[in-house]
Each structure stands twice: as C-alpha cells, then as structure tokens.
Write a protein that binds this ligand. Sequence first.
Ligand code: DGL
Length: 271
Amino acid sequence: MKELKKAPIGVFDSGVGGLTVAREIMRQMPNESIVYFGDTARVPYGSKSGDTILRYSRQITKFLLTHDVKAIVIACNTASAYAADVLRAECDIPVIDVIEPGAVTAVGTTKNNKVGVIATRATISSKMYTNYLHSLRPQIKVYDKACPLLVPLVEEGWLYDGVTVEVIDRYTSELVRSGIDTLVLGCTHYPLLAHTIQKVVGEKVTLVNPAYETAKELARVLAEQNLLCENGAAVHKFYVSDGAEQFRTFANTILPCEVQQTKDVNIEAYE
Ligand code: DGL
C-alpha cells in the first residue's frame, strides 16, 4: 500500500488548460506527484466529434497507465463530457472529471439562480453542465455560450491582449445582459483568462473555476481509498504530443514549481 500511495496522479488535457487543475492539485496536495499529458498536437478538442474525443482520451489514458498512476484527472471539460463515463467503466483506478465539481460550485455561488456557462462548442452541445445544474437545482436558469476562439488565444499566450478583450466581450455580452450573477469557466483553458474575463463581465458576476473543487474531490477520493501520499517529495513529469519546449516555457509561467523538462510522446502509438 505504501508504494501505491507514492504513485503519481495522471492529469490530462488537450493542451495547457489542464495546468490550471494541476496547479490546484499541487497547492492542495503538495506531496502528490503528477504525470501531466497535454495533447498539443491535436488541440483544440472543442471542435471535434465525441467519437474522436473519446478515442484521444483512451489513448492518453493508456499512456498514463504505463506510468502506474493511482488515479486519473480529466483536466479538460470537453474530454470529461465525452469520455468520463467510459473511462470510469474501463479503468480500475479512480477517474475524476471537472464538470460535476464545476456545477456543484456554481450552485453554491449563485444567489439569483441565473448561471452562465462558457465552454467549447463540444462541451456546450453535450449539455452536461445544464443537466448537472438542473439535477442539483431545477429552478436554475442556464445561459450557455460556446466560445471556440478562446482556446487558440490561450494557447497563443494572448491572455491580456486587446483582441482577446474584444472576443470575450462578443461572447459574453448577451449573458451579462440576461442578468447572470455567476459564470462558470467551463473549459480549463479559461481560468488563464480569468483576469480579462472579470474585467469584461464586471465585478457583479462571480467567476467559477472548477479546478479548486476538482482538486478537493480528488483529495476526498484518494483519502477514501487510503491512497493519499502524506509525505515525501513530489516529482512531476510533463509530456506533450508536440512542441515540448513551447509548452515548458508556458508551464513555467503558470505552475508553482519549475518545469525542467517536457518530453514529446507519439500518442497515436497508444491505440
Ligand atoms: N481545456 C479543454 C476544456 O476544458 C479543451 C479545450 C479544447 O481543446 O478545445 O474543454
């Protein structure tokens, strides 16, 4: 059991967005090691079909399992929407997604029951957020909006750019006019734009970043299964499907630890 406790947690996303979840796991569980995979060669997932997203998620899971991970965190809303149930059924380790924790936080945040959700096109069409929110509180009115241009802007590092402000305004102005008091950042890339989004939507709208609740849920599940690593130094490893050096530079602007190396992986080989 001691060895299993020291095993790393597998975390994946289509690119850099999942680093917002990895960062939160590092903050809340400093002893836990992470193996991160960013599918930078195939980002964005948000414009792909459910079948493709599931195939990619299965390949990544297979890769992470070669690292003997003790749990998997799908740090991507799009992959959570299309692959979480299947991966849970196929894996014999815990699989945590980001959508349910995001919905729980939004319900705890809204006072007027008007909740906005911004996410990728695939996540919005899955209706997962709307369904979770309604299952938790049926009277909530959900105002959702697909924002396909935001992920490329984040991957490009344009977090505060005037163009990004303009794009966010185009996507969110209708939601704000509808009177939402809570806005779920339903894509793990978006917390990197939180400052800019908050400026555009105004202080009256509370932003929900599912990363915090996701890390809390992970801690709860690990504790329940007696898998929490309480001591020892964490070792984090980073893998991508393309552009390792660009990813490493970006990761170092986000994470509380220094990323010294990022390796390229031929993820298509994990079929
Ligand atoms: N960061 C991911 C999400 O949470 C994926 C975005 C994308 O690749 O389109 O949805």
